[in-house]
Ligand binder design. Structure first.
Ligand code: HEM
Ligand code: SF4
Length: 572
């Protein structure tokens, strides 16, 4: 096993206080598995499941799958059983897992910030059409996610993906999860530095490497050289963010320990300058710290953020430099955080004189058929290809400036708008009860209906308001950093239990990064959501000061307004 590999690399030891109770940190000698997941990873490297899928399960069918593979190791190949139909949110976490499992999979395809050519987009579309009942979602981790996948079809799907340079490897599991790369890397006129070679190098060296396939939990990477910080670097385990050193030139700052879920934390900024060529080595160092020192006892405390919070960023840097890199990093104050959009929607300048065009599906939902139409469009207009964004959007790269309006019109015609309403642009939704076994409420369909209702009621909103709809507290669509963050739960409507949401208001990333204002004991029913959001919008429009953002207003607004209580009285 790889669990003692760190000892060879630790040239010097740093004084790490030994916790009173073992947290399952390998580096402190706690190598015995302390829970079911750790045991399963020790029993057999999760990467070995690939061969069993290819040679056994795909031939013998769903019933032949070993339960430890089905609910554990399959994730390392981007496969996760989907929720059986007919179980409402009240059943989540109450019926046994086996009953909630449909004999179909959700499959995640990682894009890792890559440019997808017309052929690759077509392959992605055809897989959706042929094997996934025409489903395909663009997720906020830059993945394409399918549903209804049968294990029998997995080998054929992998073959088609591999032809386009894509894979599902380690798209789930305690592994290097899909990387978020800037969707305009190497292209945008205002880019600080193109990080593409570094992400490619990390993928080449570490994806599928057994030494980096058994972390305490998931490990999320983001990297951008764009000044808008377009990869949500505040909420990833490790982020590289473009910065310029007065003498050395462009490079990256390092942020570590971000993550949302039920115990959200913003990444801490190290304040360093790392040249492009060193990024992969630093990634290796941070990933190794997580593997060796991460808390493996409790899954709920296993993310890197807990270690970073306990150590502090100075100690983390010291361990990284002394034990893993064997050298010091260059200190440089972290770059300023930007304000405003990070989604690249609309038409923008490339450095080569061409244009890129960002488009918005509704809450990330596309389809196999739509992706095939998009591939045709990319070919017709001679575009370089498409990239996925961390905001459930798609960016088309390389439009001829003379033809860009035709591109925009053709995109609109297939349902991808480059000039969406605020609501369509700024609403995201996680997978939700349709397919997710942890969900309590419906999200994608609810978000779609919310968008169309708000477009009707507030068509001309002049300032952005973001709405993130989540089916449970796990915050896969980033509940806590939205202007209006919705966390699915069951709520009482009179004496009936119905789908509803708890509300976080005024959360943000960038300059005013914060997790929003949670209203005590305030819940909205799913049916009442349109009216509630409308009342907030009206109260904001009536009460804002010149140029004031929704988030700033929320932090000073009267609580009764935020609870959606009747406006008339509140306004006076
Ligand atoms: C303990 C369990 C889980 C936690 C704590 C969790 C947490 C998260 C978080 C924080 C993100 C956002 C990543 C980012 O900011 O870049 C995310 C993304 C995502 N997660 Fe989870 N997740 C969990 C389980 C699941 C399950 C069971 C599913 C199954 C459907 C799922 C589906 C997704 C999807 C699809 C995304 C991308 C969001 C989207 O665009 O739809 N997650 N997860
Ligand atoms: S937030 Fe909850 S419901 Fe939504 S995808 Fe994540 S785990 Fe599932």
């Amino acid at each position: 096993m790889s669990d003692l590999r760190y000892t060879a690399k630790r040239a010097q030891h740093t004084e790490i206080p030994r916790p009173k109770r073992g947290e399952g940190q390998w580096a402190l000698g706690y190598t015995e598995p302390l829970n079911k997941n750790e045991q399963s990873k020790k029993d057999d490297s999760p990467l070995n499941v690939r061969d069993r899928i290819l040679h056994i399960y795909s031939k013998r069918g769903f019933a032949s799958i070993d339960p430890a593979d089905l609910r554990g190791r399959f994730r390392w190949m981007g496969l996760y059983t989907q929720r059986a139909e007919g179980f409402d949110g009240g059943k989540t976490a109450t019926v046994p897992e086996e009953e909630l499992d449909a004999p179909f999979f959700m499959m995640r395809v990682r894009s890792d910030g890559r440019l997808l050519s017309a052929d690759t987009v077509r392959a992605l579309g055809e897989i959706g059409r042929d094997y996934a009942r025409d489903t395909a979602d663009v997720t906020d981790r830059e993945n394409i996610q399918y549903h209804w996948i049968r294990v029998e079809d997995v080998p054929a799907i992998w073959e088609r993906l591999e032809a386009g340079g894509l894979s599902t490897l380690e798209a789930c599991g305690d592994s290097p999860r899909p990387f978020l790369g800037s969707p305009v890397a190497g292209v945008a006129a205002d880019e600080i530095i193109d990080g593409t070679p570094a992400l490619d190098e990390i993928a080449r060296r570490f994806l599928g490497d057994p030494d980096f396939a058994n972390f305490p939990r998931k490990f999320k990477t983001a990297l951008t050289g764009h000044p808008s910080h377009d990869v949500s670097p505040e909420t990833n385990d490790i982020s590289f963010v473009g910065t310029v050193h007065p003498e050395h030139g462009p490079g990256f700052d390092l942020w570590v320990g971000g993550g949302l879920s039920t115990n959200p934390m913003l990444a801490q900024k190290m304040g360093v300058w790392i040249p492009l060529d060193d990024v992969a080595d630093v990634w290796e160092g941070v990933a190794s710290i997580f593997r060796d020192y991460g808390y493996r006892r409790l899954r709920s405390r296993a993310r890197l953020k807990f270690l970073v919070a306990d150590w502090g960023i100075a100690k983390f840097r010291e361990v990284l430099e002394k034990e893993y890199l064997g050298r010091e990093l260059v200190t440089l104050a972290s770059p300023e955080s930007p304000v405003g959009h990070r989604d690249h929607i609309g038409v923008h300048d490339q450095k080569d004189g061409r244009k890129y065009v960002g488009v918005a599906p509704v809450a990330g939902r596309v389809s196999g058929t739509l992706l095939i139409a998009l591939a045709d469009l990319i070919e017709k207009h001679g575009l370089a290809g498409a990239r996925l964004t961390p905001y459930q959007k798609i960016v088309l790269i390389g439009a001829d400036p003379e033809r860009v309006e035709d591109v925009v019109a053709d995109l609109e015609a297939i349902g991808l708008s480059a000039r969406p309403s605020n609501w369509r642009r700024n609403t995201m939704a996680c997978t939700g009860i349709e397919f997710c076994k942890l969900a309590i409420v419906d999200t994608k369909n609810r978000a779609r209906d919310l968008v169309s209702e708000l477009e009707r009621r507030h068509p001309d909103l002049d300032t952005p308001i973001t709405v993130n709809v989540n089916g449970c507290p796990n915050a896969c669509a980033r509940t806590q950093i939205a202007d209006i963050g919705l966390k699915g739960q069951l709520v009482m409507d009179g004496d009936r239990q119905v789908e509803g949401f708890q509300v976080h208001l005024g959360g943000a990333t960038g300059l005013n990064a914060n997790f929003g204002r949670k209203l005590r004991a305030h819940k909205v029913t799913s049916a009442g959501l349109d009216d509630y959001v409308s009342s907030l919008v009206e109260a904001f429009l009536a009460g804002r000061e010149e140029g004031e953002s929704f988030s700033t207003w929320v932090h000073r607004a009267d609580e009764s307004l935020l609870r959606g209580e009747p406006l008339a009285g509140a306004r006076s």
